[in-house]
Design a protein around this ligand. Structure first.
Ligand SMILES: *Cc1c(COP(=O)(O)O)cnc(C)c1O
Length: 410
């Protein structure tokens, strides 16, 4: 049965984002760098102002009223994150400083769980933050890193994945959606096949969460990580979801306040989940605002968001391809609203600078995914990534700006 999807009223939504009213270089801002960070709606800004204006205090420590209010709000936010990702237990949600922090907790935690010769598998489509921590883990343990290669369309070669898997495989890591190309990876299949050989799986959801609402129980995934700042929330906060049995197996990442049970100079015992992984004073305000951001997006609805963004993707792809010499990297049928492209041999940076003069914010460079650029033998791309608050009119402005840049540089 076809799901009923509400139409998105983009003009009304744009009213929620004060930054979209500003000008850049005398032109209305066209913000197409959503894959790097999303913009912040007024309700989230208000939550931040409210926290610092009315109940700023340290949590889990004081008996005084402000501390209790802050603690309650922070724990309500954790519940919201739990509900959003459909984790079984609230204590399976660790609030971190973001995706990178979350991955490092897991990669460091596996140090004593791997032996020399064990294998871990990553995908060729990874962000550096999902490559480097595993390389460091391999250096510490003598484990071997294997890579699922990609094809010209920017899709993973799943038959090679089948061959890489064996009883030596202990861990598999991949993003759900590539930030550089927008490819949606078949994570259900990746998880299932890893579990068939007894390997644990970490999914980097930093790029998928703005478009798709994940269900960690249905996926059966062992670890799932994401950042609030790509989900209309603030920077410096994110989550690590881990299955309870895995989080109990991993040692704490940092020592400090908040993560202990009893401390003496002879021996310290650790607090239970989730506090074991939350040493020190967390980003309290950020956590609370993250919860508000999830409410905001859920109110619009992720099906509605995905539907509208796909429309923008189709429109943008068609319009950009009308420019002669323009090549799009990442042409999988399964992709989200990210368009990575180059024109002839013009350096992406030069085009990025000119379109910025015209008020259009795009990303240029390797997008923290150098191995992908090496695959295509290019220094980088121009990346336009669309969010639900963008419009077709803005895409027209981008296309005109790119044409102008091409004329000036070609
Ligand atoms: C943005 C991003 C990251 C890194 O997130 P941080 O918030 O910088 O820690 C990791 N993986 C993917 C796929 C991303 O898009």
């Amino acid at each position: 049965m076809q799901k009923e999807i509400d139409m998105l009223d983009v003009q009304k939504i744009r009213e929620d984002f004060p930054i979209l009213k500003r000008e850049v270089n005398g032109k209305p801002l066209v913000y197409f760098d959503n894959a790097a960070t999303s913009q912040t709606p007024q309700v989230v800004i208000d939550a931040i102002v409210d926290y610092y204006s009315n109940y700023n205090a340290n949590i889990h420590r004081g008996v005084h009223t402000l501390s209790q209010e802050a603690t309650d709000a922070y724990e309500i936010a954790r519940k919201k994150v739990q509900n959003h990702f459909n984790a079984k237990h609230t204590h399976e949600i660790i609030l971190t400083s973001g995706t990178t922090h979350s991955i490092n907790i897991v990669a460091t935690g596996f140090t004593n769980l791997l032996a020399k010769g064990d294998e871990i598998i990553v995908s060729a489509l990874e962000h550096h933050s999902n490559i480097v921590p595993w390389q460091m883990l391999c250096e510490r343990t003598g484990a071997i890193l294997k890579v699922i290669p990609m094809n010209e369309e920017g899709e993973l070669l799943m038959d090679v994945y089948d061959q890489l898997l064996s009883d030596k495989t202990k861990l598999v890591f991949t993003n759900h959606i590539s930030n550089a190309l927008g490819t949606i990876n078949p994570i259900e299949e990746i998880i299932q096949k890893a579990h068939n050989v007894g390997a644990a799986v970490l999914i980097d959801g930093a790029q998928s969460c703005p478009h798709i609402k994940p269900d960690v129980q249905e996926l059966g995934v062992d670890f799932y990580v994401a950042s609030a700042h790509k989900l209309c929330g603030p920077t410096g906060v994110g989550l690590l979801y881990g299955k309870e049995e895995w989080l109990n197996k991993l040692p704490p990442y940092q020592g400090g306040g908040e993560m202990i049970d009893q401390v003496t100079f002879e021996k310290t015992t650790y607090a239970g989940l989730p506090h074991k992984f939350e040493a020190g004073t967390p980003n309290i305000c950020g956590g609370i605002a993250f919860g508000v951001a999830l409410d905001y997006m859920n109110n619009i609805g992720f099906d509605t968001i995905a539907d509208y963004e796909n429309e923008l993707l189709d429109y943008g792809t068609k319009k950009l391809l009308e420019i002669e010499g323009l090549k799009i990297y990442g042409t999988s049928k399964n992709k989200t609203s990210v368009i990575s492209f180059n024109i002839d041999t013009i350096h992406p940076y030069d085009i990025g600078s000119i379109v910025d003069k015209l008020g259009v914010a795009v990303r240029t460079g390797h997008h923290c995914a150098q191995p992908i650029m090496d695959f295509y033998k290019i220094p980088g791309t121009i990346r336009a990534s669309f969010s639900f608050y963008n419009t077709k009119e803005e895409i027209d402005i981008l296309v005109e700006a790119v044409k102008k840049a091409k004329m000036m540089l070609g």
